[in-house]
Design a protein around this ligand. Structure first.
Ligand code: SAH
Length: 250
């Protein structure tokens, strides 16, 4: 896997800090007035990629193509689909959020996986990040994603199935323990913040594999860990804010 210089400098206070924090506002009950045409959604995604993602330094063409292709509005509750491409996280129910587009792109780029890879995500949420990973690994790859809240997993499963992402496999459970039967993974992406890196996830990382996870409390460190022949290499990419990882293990 080629090493690319990415994401090493991000100013604290950057909108990245709004990674996946639930916002203090209720879900709307009103459906949107009229549907948006396919072209309009496509244009909105192109603008999102240009103004929020490329300008902030994301360069990987696989990630850019994935962000342009995945219909983000489909992963957002009906009443707020008009905000789907805005530069912030959005509520998806159950007190959880779909992450800001830039954060999804930056974490996917940091993971650095390509076509045919086997990837684990912890924190399925809306399923959007799983769809972006599915685009990046392609039809030959596999995405395994774990969500602790059953209603979210169920909803994500339906959207992913409707969109034809057959290479995404979902499970309801505590992602702290990973998905041992599907390991080893070339990439592990964690989208809820544990206080420390879950040891089981490190065990399930292939040699040459990369784990990207927000670690800590409050403003968390987005950490990247690479397993090499010699052991684990760890670096901090930027400050982020994700919902805390819940579950029985902590
Ligand atoms: N990746 C999601 C956003 C994730 S928000 C998306 O693209 O929409 C974080 C998610 O992690 C929430 O849905 C939360 O319920 C889930 N979560 C928190 N702790 C977890 C755990 N221990 N195991 C699995 N999922 C967990």
């Amino acid at each position: 896997m080629a090493r690319r210089p990415i994401l090493l400098v991000v100013v604290i206070g950057w909108p990245a800090l709004a990674g996946c924090r639930p916002e203090e506002r209720p879900l709307p009950v009103r459906p949107p007035a009229g549907g948006s045409a396919w072209e309009e959604q496509m244009d909105a995604r192109r603008r999102m990629v240009e103004t929020q993602i490329v300008t902030r330094g994301v360069r990987d063409p696989r990630v850019i193509a994935a962000m342009e292709r995945v219909p983000r509005h489909r992963f957002v509750p009906p009443g707020i689909q008009h905000e789907a491409h805005d530069d912030h996280p959005l509520p998806i129910g159950q007190g959880q959020t779909i992450s800001q587009p830039y954060i999804v792109a930056a974490m996917t780029e940091a993971l650095g996986v390509g076509s045919g890879a086997r990837v684990l995500e912890v924190g399925t949420g809306s399923g959007y990040q799983a769809a972006v990973l599915a685009e990046v690994v392609g039809p030959e790859g596999q995405v395994f994603s774990i969500e602790i809240l059953e209603p979210l997993s169920r909803q994500a499963s339906q959207v992913l199935r409707d969109l034809g992402y057959a290479q995404v496999h979902l499970r309801v459970g505590d992602g702290w323990f990973g998905w041992p039967e599907a390991a080893p993974f070339q990439g592990i992406l964690v989208t809820a913040a544990p206080r420390e890196v879950p040891p089981a996830l490190l065990d399930q990382l292939a040699v040459g594999g990369v784990l990207v996870a927000p670690i800590g409390e409050g403003v968390q460190d987005l950490v990247r860990i690479r397993r090499t022949d010699q052991g684990l290499e760890r670096e901090v990419l930027m400050g982020v804010r994700f919902v805390p990882m819940t579950g029985g293990a902590r």
